[in-house]
Design a protein around this ligand. Structure first.
Ligand code: ATR
Length: 327
């Protein structure tokens, strides 16, 4: 499939990239480093050219993994990382959101070092800092761009209003937000604002954090005790039972195309606009190979209509605490 530009920036990427968080944290135990590196090398060989990480994933470990695995390939690919969520290095607890110049510059230096690059391709504010006006943070990002430390600016989980204010300072290449068959809340605000302002949407958790892949058991998730999805309202008790039942629709559509449910979920996201790219997360080469094929799956109008009826029936918010998103 043809590359899609990231906003008005010089970057363009394949419609399907790779969310790398799961290699280090949040979705069960970290992947063995050798296996993770082998999967990342295979991803490059398969033509994946957009790798997404963040300073907070594994408290630097995920960026270091990408730095190690993609060494020698950095010119061929776009690596996106994110700043702005502080964590306690001992306990891992989130200490706060910080978009101040001091925090941003320290994070940027740390990420450059961890990734082993001179310039970060796409640098996102991970969550908006209520204490620091977006204009101030954008001013520092523009300075970092002039200094050659970043190529393009992104914002993750911002509101339409924040995006408008940010774009008045400098064009934003991409907004990264959760967007899937199960999570369509951004259609009310940020998605039309992206179209209006010429900003791309990088859809994360396009597989509903795995639920839309149809691989989960109906009775219980089978997630390990350390898996952060156990805290997600959508994966709890009656909500889980109701949500997993909705996935039957995705499975039926997939069967009609001789496709995998994950491919249907990804094809739906990509069908929502040419300014959208997505970064499904996987730690497994077999899943990666399957997911890439979604770029050539075309859903019928009837398929799209059936999928579009689902989000209104999903039970539970996408986060336990929604205060840090869409802000
Ligand atoms: P996020 O963006 O938060 O990573 P996601 O992309 O919606 O969330 O879903 C990621 C989850 O889907 C991961 O648990 C991943 O598990 P693996 O690392 O074991 O692959 C799972 N996943 C991704 N692609 C899959 C596929 N084709 N089949 C089954 N599970 C898949």
């Amino acid at each position: 499939m043809q590359n899609r530009p990231l906003g008005k920036s010089p970057l363009s990427v394949q419609p399907i990239g790779l969310g790398c968080m799961g290699f280090s944290e949040f979705y069960g135990n970290p992947t063995d480093e050798k296996d993770a590196i082998a999967t990342l090398h295979a991803a490059v060989d398969l033509g994946i050219d957009h790798f997404d990480t963040a300073e907070m994933y594994g408290i630097g470990a995920n960026e270091k993994l990408l730095g190690k695995a993609l060494k020698g390939h950095m010119r061929e690919v776009t690596v996106a990382t994110k700043f702005g969520i502080g964590r306690d290095k001992e306990t891992g607890a989130v200490t706060g959101l910080d978009g101040s110049e001091a925090a941003l510059r320290a994070s940027c230096e740390g990420s450059l070092m961890a990734l082993g690059v001179e310039t970060i391709d796409l640098y996102y504010q991970h969550r908006m800092d209520p204490q620091t006006p977006i204009e101030e943070t954008m001013g520092v990002l523009v300075d970092l761009m002039k200094e050659g430390k970043i190529r393009a600016i992104g914002l993750s989980e911002c509101s339409a209003d924040t995006l408008r204010r940010a774009c008045a300072v400098h064009p934003v290449a991409a907004v990264q937000s959760e967007y899937s068959v199960f999570s369509r809340d951004i259609e009310d605000g940020i998605l039309p604002a992206c179209v209006e302002l010429g900003v791309s949407l990088v859809a994360y958790s396009p597989l509903g954090r795995g639920m839309l892949t149809g691989q989960y058991n109906r009775e219980e998730t089978g997630l390990s005790a350390s898996d952060y999805r156990n805290l997600s309202p959508r994966f709890k008790g009656d909500n889980y039972a109701a949500n997993i039942a909705l996935v039957d629709v995705v499975k039926t559509i997939a069967a009609g195309h001789d496709a995998h449910p994950a491919q249907v979920a990804l094809a739906w996201v990509l069908a929502q606009g040419s300014h959208i790219v997505t970064i499904p997360g996987t730690t497994k080469l077999s899943n990666l190979k399957s997911n890439i094929k979604a770029a050539s799956l075309t859903l019928s109008n009837d398929d799209l209509a059936q999928l579009e009826a689902l989000s209104a029936q999903v039970k539970g918010d996408r986060y336990g605490d929604m205060s840090a998103v869409n802000r």
